[in-house]
Design a protein around this ligand. Sequence first.
Ligand SMILES: Nc1nc2c(ncn2[C@@H]2O[C@H](COP(=O)(O)OP(=O)(O)OP(=O)(O)O)[C@@H](O)[C@H]2O)c(=O)[nH]1
Ligand SMILES: [Mg+2]
Length: 497
Amino acid sequence: MLASSFAGNDTNSAIVERGIQSFSDNMTQKIVDELAVVHIIGAFSAGKSRLVRELLRQHQTALALLPISSQERQTALPLEITYGEVASLQQIDNEKPENTVTLTCFPTREQQMRFDAETHQLRLEIPEPKLLLGNISLCSAEEGIKRLVLKDMPGWNSGDSFVAENPLANGLVGADNISLVYVVRANAVDSQDDLSRLQAIFSAVENGDAFFYNGFHLIVVVTRCDATSEYEPIKQRVSERLQQLAEEIGIEDEFILTVLCVEFGKEQQALNQEVFTEAFWQAIFAPIAEQKQATMAFDWANRIQHWPQNWLIQARLTKSLALVKHAVTFIDQFNKGGEFVANMNNTRLLGLSENERRQKVHNAWLKQVGQWHPLSEAIDELGLDAEHPLAVWWHQYWLAQLRNNLRAIDLLSEKMVQAISKLPTNVSDLQDYFFAQVNADYQQANALSNTHFYCLCQAIEPLTHEANHAKVIATLLSVSMLDAKYADYYHFLKTNP
Ligand SMILES: Nc1nc2c(ncn2[C@@H]2O[C@H](COP(=O)(O)OP(=O)(O)OP(=O)(O)O)[C@@H](O)[C@H]2O)c(=O)[nH]1
Ligand SMILES: [Mg+2]
């Protein structure tokens, strides 16, 4: 089987790879920086950082980057946790972003305290899919996948931090909050100090200073609940207390409370907290759950099914294959029983002028092969919009192959038209004349049905009837890769005998 030659310096595989890469880039939605924030607040040593560690426990390789949780006051700088393709921890100077430092392990409290919590923070990026929200619309209409930012805050009463002492000044106000997480030890659920801080936050929600999506969702995580029998009484006590606070402040209509009790256990012998962590994620995403579900199910196969009609490539594929078929029929008709203009000879042209002879031969030829429109012009009409995700593959591979393979047929047709138009009156044998004029081009064109590209066209013909557009594209991309690899291999063998 013949293989087409390389286009420029690229191998066929390189061209297909580029097409597939471009398709993949176009179909992968970019992650935008719009922030949806969930603050984790509470008194020092309540278990805020421990909660974060539990949520990210399966990221074993990033263990050194996770916040330290200890019996002493620990967190001194706010820690942002969000999605990143690779785990990384940075210390950010909000006023001088150029001073950002990448850290290889989580800084101790002493190390953190060298920096001003008002202007500095830590940022942990981690490949945790739970931190991706899908392409939901939050505050702006920006398209792309939104990230969740969890904020592990310094403890309220850790004394020496501006941030810790001003829970309202440290981001709750002004952020696009999805929900709020308040962590409290089981033995501190009656704390007056916590209550007065929550009161300040509830008031900020009431007067609109603190913005929350779809109501004010508060998730209370009660840690160190060692006996499950305590869960219900604790939940009840916390609910009553906070519901009453919401009523006093006048936000009971928008106040949605979830209380989760947990016993994380000793760090070293951490229990499997799967049930708790699932319940936790579900609770914090409750305000955007519907939107999130709708966008997450919208993968690329689904998106292709929803492409506009003029983006679907079946119609263009059908037209491409029709051109190939047309070319093959043309070649079949081109030579009938060894004659390029069948049954034509000098006797039938006797008594005609030079022009009349040429006209008669041309008509006979057209009758034999049918009307001919240059294939290259038909191929030009098959272009895709530049913004079509498959545009690179379609133009650089598919249409280029089509053009390369059908060029010989256009050339043959042109050659024949020229040969007829300059047919001299004194040729002794018409068939000999045409043989000399076009046979070499005919042989070239006739090789089409022997090419790997022709085989490919036959193999993908059933796709033109396939209703599943994603399947069509997936199949096209994979067979084009096989085709390209074959062509490169063939070329390699030919040039390295
Ligand atoms: N046994 C047990 N220990 C817990 C639990 N929750 C937290 N701890 C421990 O309590 C200590 C304090 O937890 P941290 O996560 O550091 O508390 P924090 O709220 O981040 O405290 P600051 O950063 O100082 O504000 C750590 O040693 C945790 O391992 C729990 O449910 N059970
Ligand atoms: Mg902490």
